[in-house]
Design a binder for this molecule. Structure first.
Ligand SMILES: [Zn+2]
Length: 163
């Protein structure tokens, strides 16, 4: 990638708008935005892209330290805030706190109510449904995120068994 000092205004639009699809894309976006790529910041991005889960700051701190990556609590919190403010990572607000994920563009979630697992999915609604929502609200839809809830097929079978 060309990392020469190029002012943002002369960069093609697409460089800034391109969705982040890999760890390299995320690192590239940091550089593009002029964010310092400290060791700690790299650790967090690497972990999120490896884990592909939604993790709390506490879990991120614990996992990194278990991997022998030395990072302090404050550094974890500050980096997560900086990365989510720049939309390089996802931040979701849950009743029991914030969770962070590696996918930052619009996506939907499948929530398993047995395991509390949150899975990322890209769901495309039929144009017809978007038109209906627009007609009903007068709002032109530019993006959407859907929250699905349910049980794993095998877990549902277990809870349905009375014995
Ligand atoms: Zn997500």
């Amino acid at each position: 990638m060309n990392t020469d000092a190029v002012s943002q205004s002369s960069m093609p639009q697409s460089a800034a708008q391109k969705p982040i699809r890999s760890l390299d894309d995320a690192l590239e976006r940091c550089q593009f935005l002029g964010m310092r790529l400290s060791k700690q910041r790299r650790y967090i991005l690497e972990l999120l892209w490896q884990a592909q889960e939604h993790l709390s700051a506490r879990e991120i701190y614990d996992r990194l330290n278990r991997q022998g990556r030395e990072i302090g609590h404050t550094s974890v919190y500050q980096n997560l805030e900086a990365l989510s403010n720049q939309n390089i990572i996802e931040c979701i607000e849950r009743s029991d706190g914030r969770l962070y994920g590696n996918i930052s563009d619009s996506h939907s979630h499948v929530n398993c109510m047995d395991t509390q697992q949150i899975m990322d999915v890209h769901v495309k609604l039929p144009e017809e449904i978007l038109r209906q929502v627009e007609a009903a609200t007068g709002v032109s839809i530019t993006e959407y995120r859907i929250e699905f809830y349910g049980h794993h097929a095998d877990a549902a079978a277990v809870t349905a068994d009375p014995s």
